[in-house]
Structures are given as structure tokens and as C-alpha cells.
Design a protein around this ligand. Structure first.
Ligand code: NAP
Length: 285
């Protein structure tokens, strides 16, 4: 049994498998989610429940946060029952959500004022990698605090790397997700072009996945295209959020601009579906 008491806020597509990994690793894990329906599966797996982020912060040592966006971070940290309302000190708060470097800097300052340490630690990889502890984790903030939680991060990921000061993890993640958007749009456009030339989707993907340009992404998303199955592993609306955050941080390259335009249009109909549902938007054009 690992003695560090872990708190986990946010049981979405990623939070559920990540929490499950920590329970399986022998940690005591207390969870909180805004909507209650998702907590059931985890209590069956052995998680304890907290009524509020405040209660969870009081009762645990390291608090992980895995929620949607900056607005969710505001709510979870600064809401009336939020993390920062807990009358306690000396906790480590690890924010694994993909959010702006700016909100991380703000939360790090607010956490510091309460005597807590804040790390931004977003992840690359999706549900499959979360289920198998194979995420890639990039961390900004105090390096000794990073080293202290590294054993926990290593249960969640195959690589946990310190990349700089507060917000640096978020910056690295936005760079990676800019590439992710280009991969998704590129794969979709390539399949559709091949189809216009009479090449079957299955055949094209078989070729790609055996070629040097094939990778885990083309395999998993290729399978989704073949199955015509777009249930969200990574919701398309989240890549719109990330491309907008990257734009706010100054990205203005031609492909980044095009991707933002494409995914914003796709999100009108397919925002709750997986990122690769972008193929339906491009096909309809
Ligand atoms: P998700 O399935 O959409 O879940 C979002 C979570 O955030 C839910 O627990 C939701 O609570 C919570 N939330 C949203 N707004 C909130 C608010 N105002 N107050 C409190 N809680 C709130 O998202 P996900 O796919 O797990 O992704 C989580 C984060 O990881 C995002 O930043 C995403 O960009 C990033 N990410 C995702 C993937 C992926 O493949 N899915 C990969 C890498 C990184 P409710 O259940 O109550 O709605």
C-alpha cells in the first residue's frame, strides 16, 4: 500500500482510467466529480468519495485535477467549495488538464498564498494510453516538487518530464496538440482523396499503417474511420479549445490557422464526437 493519500477531481474520459490506474497501484484515492453519475464505477473499483473539492483537499495529500478547460479550473479552484477554500496548507496540487499557461500561473500564485505547491502536468495520449499507464506527461513548476510526485506520475505515464517553470507544461502540450490537429485533418483529407481515386479506405489505411508515416494515431483513428464510429476518446470540441489557446500564445503559422478554421466549423455539428469526426465535416464540404 502506498501511503500518500491521493485526491482526484474530474472523472471524464481521461480521469476515470487514470484514477483506476492509481487504485490498481495500491494508492488510497478519493474522488470528486461535478456530476455524480460517473463516480459509481470508481467506488466499485475502491475509490472513496468527497462531496466537494474543498473536502477532498482537506482529506488528501496530493490533489490531481483533470477537467475540461480554464473555466472548469476557475470553478474547481476558486468556487465557494473549491480547492482554495479549504483551511489547510502544504498540499501539492497537480493540474493535468490541458489549459492555458496563464491560468496555471494564476493558480500557482493563489496556491502559493495558501502554502500549497502547484504543478501543471498535462498529458499526451488518449483513453487507450490512460488505461494502460502509457501517457506522456510534461510538467511545469518547482523541480523538487515534481521529483516528489514523480513516482505517482510514473504509474500514469511511460514518461514524466520536467520541462520548465509554471506554465511550461501547458505550453509544451499546446505545441503537441497543434501537431495532433494537423495529423487528424491530414489523415481525414488523405483518406477522402484516396476514395475519390477509387482506393478503398481499408486498403489505404493498411498501406499507411505499414509505411514509415504510419503511427499509433493513424492506427487508432484509421480503425474509427473504417468502423464509421466516432464516439469521443478525445472530444473534437477540446481540440478547438487547444487551437484557440495556442493562438492566444502566438501561433500564427498557415497550417495552424487552417486547422483552427476546419475544427471550428466541424465543432458546430461534431463537437461532442471524437476529433477524427472532422472527416465528416471535410467530406461534406
Ligand atoms: P471530458 O471527458 O470532457 O471530461 C471533462 C471533465 O471536466 C468532467 O469530469 C467534467 O465534469 C469536468 N468539468 C467540466 N467543467 C467543469 C466545471 N465547470 N466544474 C467542475 N468540473 C467540470 O474531458 P477529458 O477527455 O477527460 O479531458 C480532460 C482534459 O484532458 C481536457 O483538458 C482535455 O483537453 C485533456 N486531454 C484529453 C485527452 C483525451 O484524449 N480525452 C487527451 C489528452 C488531454 P462533468 O462530468 O460534471 O461534466
Amino acid at each position: 500500500m502506498n501511503t500518500t493519500k491521493i485526491g482526484w477531481i474530474g472523472l471524464g474520459n481521461m480521469g476515470i482510467p487514470m484514477t483506476t490506474q492509481l487504485i490498481e497501484a495500491g494508492y488510497e484515492v478519493k474522488v470528486y466529480n461535478r456530476s455524480k453519475a460517473k463516480e459509481g464505477a470508481l467506488t466499485e473499483a475502491g475509490a472513496l468519495l468527497a462531496e466537494t473539492p474543498k473536502e477532498l483537499t482537506l482529506q488528501t495529500d496530493v490533489v490531481f485535477v483533470m477537467v475540461s478547460d480554464d473555466a472548469a479550473i476557475e470553478a474547481v479552484f476558486k468556487g465557494s467549495d473549491g480547492i482554495l477554500s479549504a483551511e489547510t496548507t502544504g498540499k501539492t496540487i497537480v493540474n493535468m488538464s490541458t489549459v492555458s499557461p496563464a491560468i496555471s500561473k494564476q493558480m500557482a500564485t493563489d496556491c502559493g498564498a495558501k502554502g500549497h505547491i502547484y504543478l501543471d502536468a498535462p498529458v499526451s495520449g488518449s483513453v487507450k494510453q490512460a488505461e494502460t499507464g502509457q501517457l506522456v506527461i510534461m510538467v511545469g513548476g518547482d523541480e523538487s516538487a515534481f521529483n516528489a510526485v514523480k513516482p505517482i506520475l510514473e504509474r500514469l505515464g511511460k514518461l514524466a518530464m520536467h520541462v520548465g517553470e509554471t506554465g511550461a507544461g501547458n505550453s509544451a502540450k499546446l505545441a503537441i496538440n497543434s501537431l495532433l490537429a494537423l495529423y487528424a485533418q491530414g489523415l481525414a483529407e488523405t483518406v477522402l482523396f484516396a476514395n475519390t481515386q477509387g482506393i478503398k479506405t481499408e486498403d489505404l489505411l493498411n498501406l499507411i499503417n505499414n509505411a514509415a508515416i504510419g503511427n499509433i494515431f493513424t492506427k487508432i483513428k484509421g480503425d474509427a474511420i473504417i468502423a464509421d464510429q466516432y464516439q469521443a476518446a478525445f472530444a473534437l470540441k477540446h481540440i478547438v479549445k487547444d487551437l484557440n489557446l495556442a493562438k492566444e500564445e502566438g501561433i500564427s503559422s498557415p497550417l495552424a490557422k487552417t486547422a483552427l478554421q476546419t475544427f471550428e466549423a466541424a465543432a458546430v455539428k461534431y463537437g461532442e464526437e471524437d476529433i477524427i469526426a472532422v472527416i465528416k465535416e471535410i467530406k461534406a464540404d
